[in-house]
Every structure is written in structure tokens, then in C-alpha cells.
Design a protein around this ligand. Structure first.
Ligand code: HEC
Length: 451
């Protein structure tokens, strides 16, 4: 009897152990190794059922990638008169510092192509051709810095695809990629082919990315221009040259914009101009009041760089509307003997001068339309990065992640079409820019393959 009970107990214990073990097996079973993306020799777009619409979409975690061997594509170029300190990678790759480790991943579904570009850049440059009054000199240029000049540049990535068989002295686009539309005999000033048509997709942190787009451009023998429709940025200039000065400034209202993907964001007036009002004030008069004996410059420094009192030439000052700057100065007891005595017009003249010390944004942004609105983007430059950026070079950053989305076929004559019934491979070029737009590094010819 006892033995029987004992056996039953052993049996139950045995079953218990087996059950526990199999439970443990279920719980702790080593999962199959996660698929890790591998380097491929062309950019392979896999077909997906779920569109990878964000940087966190699972597809990107395991996607194969093309590692671009970035070489000097164009270097040692300067801009024309009045454009200063805009060539951050004048010397090409050597000026970039560390290897940018540019990688590209791609996917497609029945309507779109998705390309994720990632590269290293240790600061964020967000402005293009901002207006500075008596701004700093550019060691590489002999330009006068008196009065208005256009300064600062932004970070960019650009892709080039062939629209119509394009060529120049370098060869055909199919062999030499974007070199067929530029860089002939060291002269890349035109970025145009001698025959055919090239599609340029230009992600710019100053001019297209803030609205969630890429600038969609087309280059042919007669022009290199934006596609048809409303462009995402227009020059904020009161005249024809890069010394003309700004036409507009921020009107003080919150700059809420709807991005290409339908989400809303607020654009920082320190860098971006959307809600605008005409720029008013006589700069020469503002300058002379500021520099009058024992006045503003005495406490704030010759160029607003700070002396007895705080610096007033930072981008932070652009985050204040004209009205709030005036009221801050009204409420400042230290300044009453200097500011308080000024009439209304001279207050505006001084605010204009202060704007010129901080830098007025060089472009006005507005939502693109038509063929200009074909390419949308998502990136990892958050508003937090931007708000913390007091000065253009002061914004620490590591890796850009830019997701580019476009219809396979737009059916616009100014776009490359990915007609997979005709071909599954397409040549393209890619270039990245760091605080620059004339000098770039990248790869003139790569292959995109639809799997
Ligand atoms: C006696 C010294 C002195 C003089 C002269 C002076 N300021 Fe100031 N200013 C100050 C101080 C102090 C502050 C407060 C910030 C700080 O602590 O430095 C200030 C702040 C400012 C600010 C910042 C306002 C803000 O909200 O950020 C501006 C702009 C400014 N001054 C412009 C001027 C102008 C224009 C003049 C000439 C009309 C002028 N200041 C003359 C001492 C001075």
C-alpha cells in the first residue's frame, strides 16, 4: 500500500518536473537569431507589405544596406560675392573629419519607394545664407563684410537619377552617374548635362527638411531648376544680390506647420521664417545709434558679442518678436538712459540692427505643391536639438537618419520614373554636404535594384 502510494507520488512528481521543464523550454527557449542586415554591393529594395513610414519601422532594423564609399565629388569651390562662410567642406573629405559612414537602405511597395540614409555628422547646421550686418570675414574670401552679407550654411543629402539618357564629356549617366551632369574639367558651376535630363532630390536642413519634403529638381542642358509647382523655399531678399538685405522678418506668431506626412510641428524662428512681416528699419541709422559714444556698444560690445552686459548677437534673440524685444528693453532699468530716450522710429532702427547681429533667416518657407511636392521625408533632427542651438556651430549631434519617400511613378515629365515593368535596376548618384552646398562628398554612380 505504502509502496503504491510512494510510486504514485514519484509518478506525479515526474509529470510535474516534465511539465515544468517544458514550460521552461517554452519560456526560455533561445529564439532563432534575429536577421541582421548585411552589406550588399547595390542598393537592394525589398518588396514590403507594410510601408516602413518611420525611422523606427521594424523593416529598417534588419534590412540589408549599401555602404557608400564616400569620395571627394567636388571640392575647393567658393560662392560668389556676398556669400561668406558657406563652404564647411571646402577641402572635401579631409574637412569632414571622421568618416561619415554613409549607408543606404531601401524598400518598395505597390506605390512608393522608401530610402533610408544614415551618416555621421557631429553638428547640425540649419541655416542658409542668413543676413548678417557687418558680419564676420571668411578666411577663404576677399569679400568686404561691410553692411549686409549672406552667411551660414546647412547640412544636406542629394540623390541623382536619370530621367532621359543623360551625358556629357565624362560619359553617360549609366556609366558615370551624376558625373554626367557636372564636374567637367573641374567646372561644376552648372551641374548640368550636355544632353538628356537628370532628377535631383535635395534634402536640405534649411530649405526642404523643416517641412518634411525634399527639394525636387531637374537638370538639363538649358537649366538646373526646381520642378513645376510651388517650391518649399524662396529667397528672403529685398533686392537682386546677396548684399541686398532681408525683405521679411518673423511676425511673432507661432509657426505651426503641417508636414508632408500630415503631422504638425512648430518651426523655430531662430532659424526658420514662415509667418512673416516686412523687415523694417534703417540699418545705417540703427548702427550709428548703437555705436554712439557711451551707448549700446559700450555695454554689449562692438558686434553685440558682449562686454559689460550680455551678448546680443545670438540666434536666441531671433526667437523674440520685435514687440517682445522692445518691451524687454523698455523694462530694463540699466538701459533707460540710452534706450528710453529714443523715439519710435529709432527703436525700430535699433531692433533692425540687432536682427542684423543675430542673422535674419535667408529663406522663407512655404508648403510645396505640384511636382515640387513629390518627395517627402522624415528625419531625426528633433525640435529639442533646434531649440538648444544658440549658435549655428554649437549644436552637438552624431548621426543623421533621413527617410525619403516617393511614388514609384509620378508621371511628371520632370521626374525619374521607376517603371518596374521596364527595368528593375536604376543607376543613381548620392552626395552629402556638411555646412556647405557647393562642395560635396559621396559616390557618383551606384545601382538601385528592385528585388
Ligand atoms: C549700461 C549698460 C547698457 C547699455 C548702455 C545698454 N544696455 Fe542693453 N542691456 C544691459 C543689461 C544689463 C541687460 C540685461 C542683460 C544682461 O544682464 O546683460 C541688457 C539687455 C539688452 C538686450 C536683451 C533683451 C532681451 O530680452 O534679451 C538687448 C536687445 C539690449 N540690451 C539692447 C541694447 C541697446 C540697443 C542698447 C543701446 C540703446 C543698449 N542695450 C544699451 C545693459 C546695457
Amino acid at each position: 500500500m505504502r509502496i503504491k502510494k510512494y510510486l504514485v507520488f514519484i509518478l506525479i512528481l515526474g509529470i510535474f518536473i516534465v511539465v515544468i521543464q517544458s514550460c521552461e523550454k517554452d519560456n526560455y527557449m533561445v529564439p532563432p537569431p534575429a536577421k541582421i542586415g548585411k552589406a550588399t554591393s547595390s542598393l537592394e529594395a525589398q518588396f514590403v507589405n507594410t510601408a516602413p513610414l518611420t525611422l523606427l519601422s521594424p523593416y529598417w532594423k534588419s534590412a540589408d544596406y549599401l555602404k557608400v564609399n564616400a569620395v571627394d565629388v567636388s571640392k575647393n569651390y567658393l560662392f560668389g560675392d556676398g556669400l561668406l562662410n558657406m563652404t564647411g567642406i571646402f577641402g572635401g573629405k579631409s574637412d569632414w573629419g571622421t568618416d561619415p559612414s554613409l549607408t543606404l537602405k531601401a524598400a518598395y511597395d505597390s506605390s512608393n519607394i522608401y530610402i533610408l540614409a544614415e551618416w555621421m555628422d557631429n553638428d547640425v547646421n540649419l541655416s542658409e545664407a542668413s543676413w548678417l550686418w557687418n558680419g564676420p570675414g571668411d578666411a577663404k574670401k576677399a569679400d568686404s563684410t561691410l553692411k549686409w552679407t549672406s552667411q551660414r550654411n546647412n547640412d544636406k543629402i542629394a540623390l541623382a537619377f536619370e530621367i532621359q539618357t543623360a551625358s556629357n564629356a565624362n560619359g553617360n549617366f549609366s556609366n558615370v552617374g551624376c558625373a554626367a551632369s557636372c564636374h567637367v574639367n573641374g567646372n561644376n558651376s552648372t551641374m548640368q548635362p550636355d544632353a538628356g535630363k537628370v532628377d535631383i532630390w535635395n534634402w536640405s536642413l534649411a530649405r526642404s527638411a523643416p517641412l518634411g519634403y525634399l527639394r525636387d529638381m531637374v537638370s538639363d542642358p538649358t537649366s538646373f531648376n526646381d520642378d513645376a509647382g510651388q517650391v518649399s523655399s524662396t529667397r528672403n531678399s529685398s533686392g537682386a544680390t546677396n548684399r541686398s538685405g532681408p525683405a521679411y522678418e518673423w511676425d511673432g506668431t507661432t509657426q505651426t506647420v503641417t508636414l508632408a506626412n500630415g503631422q504638425n510641428t512648430i518651426l523655430d524662428p531662430g532659424f526658420y521664417l514662415v509667418n512673416k512681416t516686412p523687415f523694417i528699419g534703417d540699418m545705417v541709422r540703427g548702427d550709428s545709434i548703437y555705436h554712439a559714444a557711451n551707448s549700446c556698444a559700450h555695454c554689449h560690445g562692438e558686434f553685440g558679442e558682449g562686454a559689460e552686459a550680455a551678448f546680443i548677437n545670438g540666434i536666441a534673440l531671433n526667437k523674440k518678436s520685435r514687440a517682445s524685444l522692445i518691451s524687454a528693453m523698455d523694462n530694463n532699468a540699466d538701459m533707460a538712459p540710452y534706450w528710453g530716450v529714443l523715439g519710435g522710429a529709432d527703436r525700430d532702427n535699433l531692433v533692425a540692427f540687432i536682427r542684423g547681429l543675430s542673422g535674419v533667416p535667408g529663406y522663407v518657407l512655404s508648403k510645396p505643391t505640384g511636382s515640387c511636392a513629390d518627395i517627402s521625408s522624415v528625419n531625426n533632427v528633433t525640435p529639442i536639438h533646434v531649440v538648444n542651438a544658440m549658435l549655428p556651430k554649437n549644436n552637438v549631434h552624431t548621426k543623421y537618419q533621413v527617410l525619403i519617400i516617393r511614388k514609384l511613378k509620378t508621371n511628371n515629365t520632370d521626374d525619374a520614373q521607376f517603371d518596374l515593368s521596364v527595368s528593375k535596376t536604376f543607376k543613381f548618384g548620392v552626395a552629402i554636404m556638411n555646412n556647405d552646398s557647393r562642395n560635396h562628398i559621396g559616390s557618383p554612380v551606384e545601382t538601385l535594384t528592385f528585388k
